[in-house]
Design a protein around this ligand. Structure first.
Ligand code: GUN
Ligand code: ZN
Length: 425
């Protein structure tokens, strides 16, 4: 089946942080053949070249790559928006008790389905998620994504200390379970396994060493963890790893620093840490709604981008307070303002699509609307509420028309979603 979609098709020819807003391009349509984007261009030309295509005309709606959320915890779906705690208390009070429930595979399957349905409704077609320590929680999300045809990443969260009984593995079982899940899922359909030590405080040096060894055996896998999110956490890490030069060194020392490394938050970095992350071209994942919600601090987007870091954008559900990448772009904008730097809407949109795909080393597969990429697309209504409609009605440029949706949009802005070449909602 060949599909021709018409609308305002937004794509990027380059990184707008480098090339400026001109890196964004608008076309009138695109052709999907099977699971991939075959062509993008003027409507008349596409109609003439593909006379047999099924045509869907989305009018003035915006057609974009689906959003890519580069750091989430699907098991925290049900505890999103829990009041009043900072990181360590929040983990102990809300997160760990909820993650304990994933010992029940039926509960894991229920939440995995609920999570993917919620995020798809918000226009997110790919996620990179932490699971829980339970292998069945990985099976649950992989199966739910496979059913929906989605490209996702997930891995068993490893913790062998400083977590409650029932939520701890060991260095050996973390290695064995991760290796088994990797063999079962990595590269199956659109699914990828991610090696996942939660963070240094909940792993012994033995566990970090074991996971470093596993990563060395499977360097094509990504590795995800947390880094320098809150000041108290950094002090705790210093106490637990007295010989480490800094927080990053607790990973680096055990082979857990590399180009496929994804470091969530990365707010309070020292100069050496920034240099090393930059040298190895690791990915920093910015989680703006989480950083304000749990009171973590302000990520230095402008400074780190200017220094050439690879950066993705993420909700960090449920430390983050929204499933929406629109809300997440808005929060990134607001935090940028607090640092005296107004991120351009083109930069925000790029971060939520191609930038996050690039942070996951998948920008050759997803995150843009160009020929050859997989057809994960969202169709947005740029006047989805009365408040947004009246603001965008005054727009004279594309970005003025889009910005009210970035700042005030939610799932009502997502008119339709295509995953892997199929209209799914
Ligand atoms: N650090 C370690 N685990 C977590 C988590 O689940 N959420 C956040 N925001 N930070 C963490
Ligand atoms: Zn996280």
């Amino acid at each position: 089946m060949t599909d021709l979609l018409l609308g305002q098709v937004l794509s990027f020819t380059a990184d707008p942080f480098v090339a400026g807003p001109e890196a964004a391009r608008l076309e009138e349509g695109l052709v999907i053949e099977g699971e991939r984007i075959l062509a993008v261009g003027p409507a008349a030309k596409l109609r003439a070249a593909h006379p047999g295509a099924r045509v869907t005309d989305y009018g003035q709606r915006l057609i974009s790559a689906g959003f890519v959320d580069a750091h989430v915890h699907f098991p925290q779906t049900a505890i999103i928006a829990s009041w009043g705690k900072r990181l360590i208390d929040w983990l102990n009070t809300y997160t760990f008790p909820e993650e304990m429930r994933f010992a029940d595979p039926a509960y894991a399957a229920e939440i995995a389905a609920r999570y993917l349905d919620l995020t798809l409704a918000h226009g997110t077609t790919s996620v990179c998620s932490f699971a829980t320590i339970h292998p069945a929680s990985v099976d649950a999300l992989m199966t739910a994504a496979q059913t929906r045809g989605q490209r996702i990443w997930t891995g068993k969260t490893c913790m062998d200390r400083n977590a409650p009984e029932g939520l701890r593995d060991s260095a050996q079982s973390a290695y064995d379970d991760s290796a088994r899940l990797l063999a079962r899922w990595h590269g199956v359909d659109r699914l990828s396994y991610v090696i996942t030590p939660r963070f240094s405080p909940t792993s012994t040096p033995d566990q970090l060493e074991a996971l470093g060894a596993l990563w060395a055996k499977h360097p094509d896998c990504l590795m995800q963890t947390h880094l320098s999110e809150q000041i108290d956490e950094i002090a705790w890490v210093r106490g637990l790893y007295p010989s480490a030069r800094d927080y990053l060194d607790t990973y680096e020392h055990f082979g857990l620093l590399g180009p496929g490394g994804l470091y969530g938050h990365a707010i309070h970095l020292e100069a050496r840490e920034k240099d090393r992350l930059r040298e190895v071209d690791a990915s920093l994942i910015h989680c703006p709604t989480s950083n304000t919600f749990i009171g973590s601090g302000i990520f230095d987007m402008a400074g780190l981008m200017a220094a050439g870091h690879r950066i993705g954008l993420a909700t960090d559900t449920g430390g983050g307070s929204s499933f929406s990448m629109l809300r997440t772009m808005a929060a990134a904008y607001e935090l940028g303002q607090l640092r005296g730097h107004a991120l351009h809407p083109a930069e925000l949109w790029w971060l939520a699509t191609q930038g996050s795909a690039r942070s996951l080393r998948a920008d050759h597969q997803i995150g843009n609307v160009v020929p050859g990429l997989e057809a994960d697309l969202i169709i947005l209504d740029l006047a989805s509420t009365p408040a947004i409609a009246q603001a965008s009605a005054r727009a004279e440029t594309l970005w003025q028309a889009i910005f009210p949706t970035i700042m005030m949009g939610d799932d009502r802005a997502i008119h339709a979603t295509w995953v892997n070449g199929h209209l799914i909602r």
